[in-house]
Design a protein around this ligand. Structure first.
Ligand code: GLU
Length: 419
């Protein structure tokens, strides 16, 4: 991975951020104990017959952090660096994220430690199906609903839905979201994370009085979230001056032609070598003069050693956990406004919720309807978090956590303890 070296353990970060917010809201000790840790953790062994006839054993995980407010919800990640601690962190963040946007889900996450870029389509299908059967006791439309995450996509969801349905004996589209439209997927789901990032950036720019037109944007990571965010900001008149992916970083201070870059990335899998751009180093990308920096790659990318170089006015976390607590403190000290991940990238799970509702009702909505509802959810949530930030004088990340953790705390307090 060529992007800036990540340091630290994501789960330590998730726990530290929880404690900081819980202290700020003076949450009682009993409630903390009840909501802080994952409810269920499953590790599975996934034997797969590879194309060369040999068996390779992969390790996979599914973590349900909370089901206090509804079924566990969260994506599945296929990546060489997946660990149980990473999945626990991502599941924890899903819980607060669903609560921040006030959708009736808890939080979960899954992952398989593998290198999908070096696997054939058939190998990926066999691995996905075996992983699905291994986590089968946990998942279901009323229990735990997977979705895409890093290096998984609608096709992956189709295989999960098919495997689950075959074992149950009938089609159950609501077991996953982010499915292809032809299987009961929702219009707008594929672009939903980037679209949600865009809406929160619009709100933040309005608050900070930064005109979006002409604003310089830097995007770290050019997968689903990063590329859609870049596209929508480009369409709104912002100037995307630098972009990176796991192979390299490119820069053009006059602005990159984003539709053409997306076209090239789809064909070649890379951004490097794009016409009218120069190659720069990952550290240079983060340090570029710009108004808006969008980390859209992996965790812990902005940390104690590089946060001081960031010159953006606004950091919009399209990725989960891209800034460490030490990184946060430096950005805060330098007056950089943060849209925290559990607010900024919640558009994906929000449209997942719309997809699940449509599947349950067997009634499908129009794209314009979905965009309008998504915009309302994202902008209302932004306003709610901003209000806490301004009234309590706490950083935006703590404000978002106070909102999310507070809603989960209320749910467990009202439910009480079984038995
Ligand atoms: N993987 C996405 C996230 O981290 C989407 C999860 C979902 O739609 O359930 O928010």
């Amino acid at each position: 991975m060529l992007t800036t070296k990540s340091i630290g353990n994501a789960y330590d970060v998730a726990l530290e951020n929880f404690d900081t917010a819980a202290d700020a809201m003076e949450l009682d000790k009993d409630t903390r104990e009840m909501i802080k840790y994952p409810e269920r953790v499953l590790t599975v062994s996934i034997p797969v017959k590879m194309d060369d006839g040999r068996i390779h054993r992969f390790e996979g995980f599914r973590v349900q952090h909370s089901t206090a407010r509804g079924p566990a919800k969260g994506g599945i990640r296929f990546h060489p660096q997946v660990t149980l601690d990473e999945v626990k962190a991502l599941a924890t963040w899903m819980t607060w994220k669903c609560a921040v946007v006030n959708i009736p889900f808890g939080g979960g996450k899954g992952g398989v430690t593998c290198d999908p870029k070096n696997m054939s389509r058939n190998e990926l299908e066999r691995m996905t199906r075996r992983y699905t059967s291994a986590i089968l006791p946990l998942i279901g439309p009323e229990q735990d609903i997977p979705a895409p995450d890093v290096y998984t996509n609608p096709q992956t969801m189709a295989w999960i839905m098919d495997t689950f349905s075959m074992i149950k004996g009938y089609s159950i589209p609501g077991v996953v979201t982010g499915k292809p439209i032809s299987l009961g997927g929702s219009l707008g789901r594929n672009e939903a994370t980037g679209r949600g990032v865009f809406y929160t950036v619009e709100s933040a720019c309005e608050h900070l009085k930064i005109p979006l037109k002409g604003a310089r944007v830097v995007v770290q990571g050019f997968g689903n979230a990063g590329s859609v965010t870049a596209q929508l900001l480009h369409e709104a008149g912002a100037k995307v001056i630098a972009v990176s992916d796991s192979n390299g970083c490119i820069h053009n201070k006059k602005g990159l032609n984003i539709p053409e870059l997306i076209h090239m990335k789809t064909l070649t899998g890379r951004v490097e070598g794009f016409p009218e751009s120069e190659t720069i180093r990952p550290e240079e990308l983060l340090a570029l003069e710009c108004e808006i920096l969008v980390p859209a790659a992996l965790e812990n990318m902005i940390h104690a050693d590089n946060a001081g170089a960031v010159k953006a006015r606004l950091v919009a976390e399209a990725a989960n956990g891209p800034v460490t607590p030490a990184g946060d403190r430096i950005l805060e000290k330098n007056g950089i406004f943060l849209i925290p991940d559990i607010l900024c990238n919640a558009g994906g799970v929000t449209v997942s919720y719309f997809e699940w509702v449509q599947d349950e009702q067997h009634l499908f909505w129009e794209a314009q309807d979905i965009y309008k509802r998504l915009e309302r959810v994202m902008k209302t949530s932004f306003r709610d978090v901003l209000k806490i930030h301004l009234e309590r004088k706490v950083p935006m990340r703590i404000a978002a956590n106070i909102l999310g953790i507070g809603r989960v705390a209320e749910a467990v307090q009202i439910r009480g303890i079984y038995p």
